[in-house]
Design a protein around this ligand. Structure first.
Ligand SMILES: Nc1ncnc2c1ncn2[C@@H]1O[C@H](COP(=O)(O)OP(=O)(O)OP(=O)(O)O)[C@@H](O)[C@H]1O
Ligand SMILES: [Mg+2]
Length: 226
């Protein structure tokens, strides 16, 4: 057990492909306290997405331990990890990853159905509240391809918050957005943090990294300072 929200202990991630092993993470250790707002900054290929995938239980470490919200991710079976993920983390991706065949409203309701939380009768109301917060209530009947990138990312943030996880992970959530939308997305993450969420987000952008309470830097699969 750990008192931290996220803890990486000497984590190695070695991708195996075409007979070649590539160590994307080479002994990464850091913690994120409950309620912290932390940016992970580093150049392309340094291992940021890998960290987010491991913290979100989308993948497991080759060596070392990843402990998130009290759960040792590497010890869970794939099925248990998926179940754990639905209740414990909300993930925001660089390319939004909304379900194209569902409306905005349905996209935000979906994680609640998968998590079985909150109870059925509260889901519609909660989705509408979240869409109000991210400024997308008036577009709830639209489909993702009818929205701009910034709008899609606002919906993705509402979706990440839907099942009320303690932790929000965001992988370059502003990389495909113009400056105005970038700042809006960061403000929404700050707002989620005020609501008590622990936030870990990755970015290339020093200006956006500077909005965090604390900065972790990663280079070549190693944390260089914090
Ligand atoms: N599935 C994979 N198989 C093999 N190598 C991979 C795989 N995924 C990532 N890598 C390699 O691992 C390293 C870290 O990748 P990662 O995606 O975590 O970097 P990143 O910091 O997110 O980069 P970017 O800023 O470009 O998104 C890179 O060198 C990448 O080529
Ligand atoms: Mg990446």
């Amino acid at each position: 057990m750990t008192k931290y929200s996220i803890e990486f202990r000497d984590v190695w991630k070695i991708y195996r492909g075409n007979g070649i092993d590539y160590p994307a993470l080479r002994g990464v250790g850091f913690v994120v306290e409950k309620g912290e707002f932390v940016a992970l900054q580093g150049p392309s290929g340094s291992g940021k997405t890998t960290v987010i995938y491991l913290a979100g239980g989308l993948d497991t470490p080759t060596r070392g331990e990843v402990i998130v919200n009290g759960e040792n991710i590497g010890r869970l079976s794939e099925g248990k990890r998926a179940k754990w993920r639905r209740r414990n983390v909300g993930i925001v991706f660089q390319f939004f990853h909304l379900v194209p065949t569902l409306t905005v409203l349905e996209n935000v309701i979906l994680p609640m159905e998968l998590a079985g939380y909150p109870p059925k009768e509260k889901r519609l109301e909660r989705a509408e509240e979240l869409l109000e917060i991210v400024g997308m209530k008036d577009k709830e009947e639209k489909f993702p391809n009818q929205l701009s990138g910034g709008e899609q990312q606002r919906v993705a943030i509402a979706r990440a918050l839907a099942a009320d996880p303690h932790i929000i992970l965001a992988d370059e959530p502003t990389a495909n957005l113009d400056t105005r939308n970038k700042l809006k997305i960061i403000d929404l993450l700050i707002e989620a943090n005020r609501l008590g969420k622990t936030i870990l987000y990755t970015t290339h952008d020093p200006q956006l990294a500077s909005k965090a309470d604390r900065l972790l830097k990663i280079i070549d699969g190693r944390i260089v300072s914090d």
